[in-house]
Design a protein around this ligand. Structure first.
Ligand code: NAI
Length: 332
């Protein structure tokens, strides 16, 4: 049986992969992939990694030296891989879509929580405090959502917003005019989206063009009542600029499922530690910020699809074919 080293695994990964796996000898490691842990892949021609594993040139070199030929990403994003360096050395297969609903629904959950302050109500009523002072929200109906990136997740999020009776402005360098006509949303430029939206939700990948798409300049264009939601990748937002905008009340609230320095913190129980990331600590301390730990994908349906597609990617590779359904290629 072909042996595969799985990095950065949690009990929910194991449960879903073990349920479906018939063909591979899977070795699960809790450690993230890094130059120090790459040796765990000894004896494997394939490794499987996730969003916060390090796949820089040093790690790729270590893996290749050990005979690894296949990198299975059990996620959609691949911004953590040095693709240029990996080109010609490793075949990289990913899971391009597992549940756009999971992520889009989580984005709306963050908005509803922030707006209707459900997290505060929950804590109050658990303490028999039935006061509703300070919990006033606003109707989403009739408001404007600004959606950046109108691919699979962005489009589901647009459907959800339309279901709430919102208008939708969208920005995407590759507009899908057919979807816009069918769903009833409007493409516009970033400036108008920033200045007219009541809620801004990010659904684009992290690339050199989208890094810090939300920065000091864009935050200054937003309404002081605007909410910003990021379920895509942390580095889409300059967190220090976001913190400043929130402190100076230049925007109203932020819901973050991802954070630019999340790698050493998210997915770990750090409740007994002093977190030395001041920006993260200050964001967490704010009453109008909700942070979840990169969990937007975490539904049964998504985990099942991730396991199924990752295993069939591995089967395809080891079948000897040279054309792969879900290959990530440098420059694509
Ligand atoms: P997709 O590939 O279907 O859509 C991405 C869209 O972004 C495309 O329409 C593309 O044209 C657009 N885009 C590219 N460059 C852009 C730019 N400069 N400005 C605005 N839009 C741009 O991807 P999908 O499946 O919708 O996923 C979106 C992102 O969500 C992923 O790249 C990933 O980072 C994130 N994600 C987060 C998860 C979580 O658990 N928090 C889980 C899954 C994905």
């Amino acid at each position: 049986m072909e042996r595969i080293a799985f990095f950065d695994t949690k009990p929910y990964d194991r449960e879903h992969f073990d349920k479906l796996n018939r063909s591979f000898d899977i070795h699960y490691f809790e450690d993230k992939l890094s130059p120090e842990t790459a040796a765990l892949a000894d004896g494997c021609r394939a490794v499987c990694a996730f969003v916060n594993d390090c796949l820089d040139s040093r790690v790729i070199e270590e893996l290749v030296k050990r005979g690894v030929k296949l990198l299975l990403m059990r996620c959609a994003g691949y911004n953590n891989i040095d693709l240029k360096y990996a080109s010609g050395k490793l075949t990289i297969l990913r899971v391009p879509a597992y549940s756009p609903y999971a992520v889009a629904e989580h984005a709306m959950a963050l908005i509803l929580l922030l707006n209707r302050k459900i997290h505060k109500s929950y804590l109050r009523t658990r303490d028999y405090n039935f006061s509703i002072n300070g919990l006033t929200g606003f109707d989403l109906h009739g408001k404007t959502a600004g959606v950046i990136g109108t691919g699979k997740i962005g489009q589901v999020f647009i459907d959800i917003c339309k279901g709430f009776g919102m208008s939708v402005l969208a920005y995407d360098p590759f507009p899908n005019e057919k979807a816009a006509a069918e769903k009833g949303f409007e493409y516009t430029d970033k400036d108008r989206l920033f200045s007219e939206s009541d809620i801004i939700s990010l659904h684009c990948p992290l690339t050199k063009n989208t890094r810090y798409i939300i920065d000091e300049d864009s935050l200054r264009k937003m309404k002081s009542t605007a909410y910003i939601v990021n379920t895509s990748r942390g580095k889409l937002i300059d967190s220090e600029a976001l913190l400043r905008a929130l402190r100076e009340k230049r925007i109203a609230a932020a819901g973050l499922d991802v954070y630019e320095e999340e790698t050493d913190v998210f997915y770990e129980d750090r409740s007994g530690d002093i977190i030395d990331d001041e920006t993260l600590s200050l964001l967490i301390s704010m009453p109008n910020v909700i942070i979840t730990s990169h969990q937007a994908f975490l539904t049964e349906e998504a985990l099942n699809a991730i396991a199924q597609v990752t295993l069939s990617n591995a089967e395809e590779f080891f079948s000897g074919t040279e054309k792969f359904t879900n290959e990530v290629v440098y420059g694509m």
